[in-house]
Design a protein around this ligand. Structure first.
Ligand code: URA
Length: 189
């Protein structure tokens, strides 16, 4: 039976599947239009996201907003979430079992949103989707900005890998690459 967005949010807020809930301030479920054509997926909330309960609100989030604006989009036009919904303590990498348990929610979000395009932000999110889609693993430097056609049980549509916006903060080459890759999003507006 299909589950509604409200039911899914209730389920996420009641989640006790791992210990991350014990140290987090807020669940960071996502932000934007739950019927968006483009779904952005990062790794996990950081400190600012944990405090505000919204994904990508720190420095990398400000840059993500700029990138969206560069193609005439705003947060309201897309949906932004993470694989992990609770901040790992001291921003440590999420453990494989935390990713495995929490990504069940991402799959449900995917089922409801039905985006045309999934965009992974950063290497960890990219690797998660390569696994999910049964794709051969690749280096982010070799595949960022390419559009992959996906047809698998959990998703039919397009998939694009992007560098994490945080890498562009101190690296102007990465910033230029991200801006160039982002221009391809116009095809999916
Ligand atoms: N980095 C992420 O991967 N996600 C966020 O929400 C913030 C920073």
């Amino acid at each position: 039976m299909d589950i509604s967005w409200q039911e899914l949010e209730r389920e996420m807020r009641r989640c006790r599947k791992c210990d991350l809930r014990k140290s987090r301030t807020n669940y960071v479920i996502g932000d934007g239009d739950t019927h968006a054509k483009i779904l952005f997926v990062g790794e996990a909330p950081g400190k600012n996201e944990d405090i505000q309960g919204k994904p990508f609100v720190g420095r990398s989030g400000k840059f993500l907003d700029e990138l969206l604006l560069s193609v005439g989009l705003s947060r309201k036009d897309v949906y932004i979430t993470n694989i992990i919904k609770c901040r790992p303590p001291s921003n440590r990498d999420p453990k494989p079992e935390e990713k495995q348990k929490c990504s069940a929610f991402l799959l449900k979000q995917l089922e409801i949103i039905k985006p045309k395009l999934i965009v992974s932000l950063g290497r960890h999110s990219m690797e998660y989707f390569f696994g999910l889609f049964g794709m051969r693993s690749q280096k982010i430097g070799d595949c960022h900005g390419k559009i992959f056609k996906i047809d698998c049980p959990v998703f039919t549509g397009n998939f694009m890998v992007l560098y994490h916006p945080a890498v562009a903060i101190y690296n102007s080459n990465r910033k230029a690459e991200l801006l160039k890759d982002f221009s391809r999003l116009k095809e999916f507006k």
